[in-house]
Every structure is written in C-alpha cells, then in structure tokens.
Design a protein around this ligand. Structure first.
Ligand code: ADP
Length: 582
C-alpha cells in the first residue's frame, strides 16, 4: 500500500500569507490528496420523460401533423402531446398498471400512438411495439411471450384483434386508438376507444420516479431464423441513442426542420425519430397508414417537409409517382434510407433529379437501431462525383456512441482497407447485451461485442460496407459471393422492378448464385439480357448460373426481401450448370 511503513508525514509548514495578486505557495507533495475521485456534477437521470418535457417547455407550440387512420389530416402541438400523454399515464395507472408491465401497441405513426408511447414509458411501464405486418399467429405468439396486459391498436387492425383476442390470456384491456364515432363493430366487452379511455383524466402525474436503467421499450426482431426475440431498451439507452442520433453527421435534425418519419415506430423505434424530433423541437409530420407515393408526396409538399426517413421500397413508390406526374421536391433537403441497401438508381434519382441529399443508414433493432450513416467527409467530397456516389452507396460511418469492427471467423480484427470482409461486430450503450427473458443466452463475445450477423468491410476513412447477411452469403468454391451486390446491379436494369440472388447447392462449387427477377409491369427481359447487363459490372465467377423470372418477389414484415421464402420456393430448382459439372 502507498506509504506503508513510512514515517508519518510531517504536517506542512504554514505558508506565509501571500500578498494580494501573488500566487500562493504550492502545497507540499506529501499533503496532496491522492486516489480515485468522483466528479461533482449532478445526477440527472437519463429517462425519456425528460425528452417530452423538454419539448413541452421549450417547443410547446411546435406543430404535430397527423394523417389519421380515420382519414383527415389533423394538427396538434407538443403541448397537446405532453398533456394527453399524461392523461394516458393516469388512465393506465387507474387500470392498475405497475412499473415493468408491458403495454403493447399495434399502430401506425400517429399522434395518439406517440401519446401512448410516452404515457407508458414515463411511468416506468414498457411500451411494446407490435409489427402489424406479421401473421396474426406470430403477433399472438409475441404478445404471449411478452405477457402484455394492454393492446392499443388502430381501427384498421380490428380483424387482427378479433383473430387473436381469445389466444392472448394476459391481455385484459383492448384500447382502439380512435373516438366513439369511429368505434369498430365488435362484440368484445373489454374494448374501449382511446378518447373514452383518457377522457376526464388528470394531467397531474409523477413521471420518471425510477432508475435510468429501468426498462422502457420492447421490440421483437422479425425472427427470420428461429423464434422472434425481444430487444428490451432502457431509459438510459433510449436517451443516449437520442443524443447519438442528434449528431450533425447522424440524423442531425434541428428545431427549424419539419420531419416526416415514414419508417414506422414498430420498425426499431422509427429509427429514434419519435425521441429525436421532440428532443430538438422539430415540427413532426406523421403519415398514419398511407405510404403510397401520392400520399407521401402530399405530406412532403403540403407540410414543407425538410427531412424524411424510410426503407427503399417506400422511396421507389414515391419516385415512380414523381416520374409519372412530373412533380418536384423543392423543399425536401435530406432523406435517410436504410433497413436494406440503397439501390444506386434511388440514390441518383433523389440527388440528381430532385436535389435531395441521400443519407444511407445501416442499423438493427438490437442497436436501437442506428449503427452507421453515410455522412460525407472532406476527403470524399473533394473527389469526383462518381467516387462520391461509390461512398454514398456504402452503409456509412459510425457516429460517436457506437464502436464497430470487422473480424474473421477466429475473432481476429481485420484491417480497415476497404476490402477485407468479415463479421461485423458492435459495442455501445444503446446496443443489446441479451434478449428479453434471456432468449438465445449470451449474445456478447468476451470483449462485449455483439455479432450483427452481417458481413462487411471497413475502409481507411471509416466507411463500412455490408456485403451480405452472414446467412445469405453465397459460398462458391471456398469464396464468398455477395448476394447484395448482384441484386443492386440487377435492379439497375430498366426492365427490373426487384431482384434477389440466392445460393443454390452445386456439386462442384458448393453453391452457385441464382438471380430471381420481378419485371416492371409490361416490361420484358430475357435471361441473356440480364446476364449481358451484369457482364463487366461484377466479377466473372459471381455471374449467376441462371435467371428465374417471378411475378412477385416476397417481402418480409419490415419491407425487406424474404429470402427464406425464396429459398423454400426454389429448393428443388436445378441449376443448368449442374449437368455440365457432372
Ligand atoms: P429485421 O428484424 O428485419 O432483421 P432489423 O431492422 O433489425 O430488422 O434488420 C437489421 C438488418 O437489416 C441488418 O443486420 C442488415 O442485415 C439489414 N440492413 C439494415 N440496413 C441496411 C443497409 N443500409 N444496407 C444493407 N442491409 C441493411
């Protein structure tokens, strides 16, 4: 131990008082207090009630515009949101809701949904977003796993509720997010409308009387392999994720922005926008159930939206609408696109035809979800346009608050050289350390990194590029072929609406790629057309062994290509190259 066995230190000699303006003598080294020391700053709990309270106090009159599920566009403010969320809290408390209880929503992005969101979280209950695009049996499975006590849902989902209501014994309360005039026909006795539910409730309630590590939100991954798993966010992780998202090179919105989160709140928290928009006091525009090109255009144009975010399929619909009508996007400044890789033609159309900056983003439910964003750096911007486009098509750089690296199968870190691809692993305060009820056991490695299941490389400037999902990668002759690269080039063909590449078994090469193509209505293309188009764009040994045309490429619940379904459809398909190899 320090100083053990030493003579007791002499007390310091009293210093001669210094004349005014003259520095006092340094204390003797032996009297300096040493050892770990705490900072003397306030314990300001990182709980999400702070977010909405900040919006209420500082941006109370800022507008929130909702295309309601009932039809009309309605206007309210952060003031209204705050007060009605407090009424919702009191309604939940009156039902006996306690901290930790799970409250589910099956709802589009609307003001009522955000009221329920804060009304639940701020009293320490857990807001569980359900994905309505799943099959009713899957929704019932998830509700039972989460043991939800309440389900708040939109009128459009009454058929789902009728189908599952007798299969979810923990749910005692069904609240339909509408008013008495729009109450759906139903024989259910435990059903109330939201407006009745909160009517007359006080706005006086205690929020945030719990630890910052208290559970706050629950979202299940879509479970493309195995059962869905619940990601349980905490107040602390949500607040930190909000701060991560607010960085200029991340979502980077401000009070002057009008923000349209088309990405649903049930798809990984609308990428954090349900928190970051109130945190900065941006005007919020909520699209309700309508995501077709015309409806989204109407909001973008009518509400003068400056910032929006969604998966590529939504933007394909908008761009088709703009091309068909000749309409423009003079106000829109930035669009964040993620959830799956941005096809080059979407990037170019936004930037080159409409003057809208595209930010390509990557993330996952387990990461709250932001992982990387394609913000530009000076070394990139000083290059020619074609090089810039190549960087923009990468999945981007990681904001402060997320650590990432690429490792080989033995766990060795691979160099940041823009070509060494391996498993992408991540670490950070808004990244899951285990799943709800410990499903799947330990999910971190010895250094606390989470394996994303994506295959990627990082370059010298920190830009990450996904080359595949580990489970979708096509393994040919001991090497990996990126299904994403083949798909991205294939959708550039003018006749192609959507394309998917999957690996099929091959006796010589282990697997070889099959390209599956959905043509645009009325368009034609042959296998030779497709292969000629890909020729020179991808390595020769990546060329698909065959091309199959389908009427419809199946999409999963979050709008991504459902490769599992495609693999099932094509499981007995025999590649023409197999005979040649035999
Ligand atoms: P799901 O439950 O559908 O997997 P997530 O949103 O959590 O929902 O999906 C995360 C996965 O989506 C990532 O691991 C990655 O494979 C894929 N993904 C997300 N964004 C991108 C992107 N920009 N480019 C390529 N893949 C992406």
């Amino acid at each position: 131990m320090f100083g053990m066995g030493k003579k007791k230190p002499e007390p310091a000699k009293a210093a001669t008082p210094a004349a005014p303006g003259v520095a006092t003598a340094m204390p003797a080294a032996s009297t300096i207090k040493r050892g770990p020391m705490n900072g003397m700053m306030q314990d300001w709990k990182l709980t999400v009630d702070k977010v909405i309270e900040h919006a209420y106090l500082n941006h109370g009159h800022q507008e929130i515009v909702t295309r309601t599920v009932e039809g009309p566009i309605v206007r309210s403010t952060y003031n209204d949101l705050y007060n009605r969320a407090r009424q919702c809290s009191n309604a939940l408390l009156a039902d006996g809701v306690q901290k930790g209880d799970r409250i589910a929503t099956l709802a589009w992005n609307t003001t009522r949904h955000i009221e329920t969101w804060y009304g639940t979280m701020c009293i320490g209950a857990v807001l569980h977003t359900l994905n309505p695009r799943l099959f009713p049996e899957q929704i019932a499975w998830i509700i039972n796993h989460a043991e939800d006590t309440h389900v708040f849902y939109d009128i459009t989902f009454q058929p789902i509720i009728e189908a599952i209501k007798d299969k979810v014994p923990t749910v005692k309360h069904f609240i339909v997010l509408t008013d008495a005039a729009h109450r759906p026909q139903s024989a259910m006795t435990n059903l109330r409308t939201y407006e009745e539910y909160i009517a007359g409730k006080s706005t006086d309630v205690t929020w945030g009387d719990f630890d910052e590590n208290t559970a706050c939100g629950l979202c299940y991954t879509s479970g493309t392999t195995g059962d869905p798993k619940g990601v349980l966010y905490s107040h602390r992780s949500n607040v930190l994720h909000t701060l991560i998202g607010m960085q200029y090179d991340a979502i980077g919105i401000g009070a002057r922005d009008t923000v349209l989160p088309v990405v649903p709140m049930f798809h990984a928290n609308a990428w954090g926008i349900a928190f970051s928009a109130p945190a900065v006091g941006a005007k919020l525009v909520l699209p309700g159930a309508k995501m077709d090109g015309e409806s989204i255009y109407e909001l973008l144009d009518g509400e003068k939206v400056s910032f929006t975010a969604a998966v590529p399929t939504v933007w394909l619909m908008l761009l088709q609408y703009l091309e068909a009508t000749g309409k423009q996007l003079p106000i829109l400044n930035k669009v964040v696109i993620g959830g799956s890789a941005v096809p080059e033609r979407i990037l170019r159309a936004f930037e080159e035809n409409y003057g809208v900056e595209v930010i390509h983003a990557w993330g996952m439910t387990e990461m709250s979800p932001l992982g990387s964003l394609g913000s530009m750096t000076t070394p990139v911007l000083s290059q020619d346009r074609e090089t810039i486009v190549k960087y923009k098509l990468k999945q981007g750089r990681t904001p402060f608050g997320v650590e990432m690296k690429v490792v080989d199968d033995a766990g060795k870190t691979l160099p940041r050289d823009g070509k060494s691809a391996g498993r992408l692993v991540v670490r950070g305060p808004a990244i899951a350390k285990s799943y709800f009820k410990n499903a799947g056991g330990n999910i971190l490695d010895n250094d606390g990194f989470f394996d994303t299941g994506d295959v990627a490389h990082l370059d010298e400037l920190g830009y990450m590029q996904i080359t595949d999902r580990a489970k979708d990668v096509i393994k040919s002759g001991g090497e990996w072929i990126s299904s994403i690269d083949i798909e991205n080039f294939a959708v550039g063909h003018p006749a192609v609406a959507n394309a998917a590449a999957i690996g099929l078994p091959h006796p010589k090469w282990d697997e070889r790629p099959l390209l599956i193509v959905q043509l645009k209505p009325g368009a034609t293309a042959t296998k030779e057309d497709m292969l000629n188009y890909l020729n020179g764009k991808i390595a020769k040994w990546w060329m698909p062994d065959d091309v199959a045309f389908v009427d419809n490429i199946p999409l999963g619940a979050t709008g991504k290509i459902n490769k599992l379904a495609l693999r099932a459809t094509f499981k007995d398909y025999k590649l023409p190259t197999i005979q040649a190899a035999e």
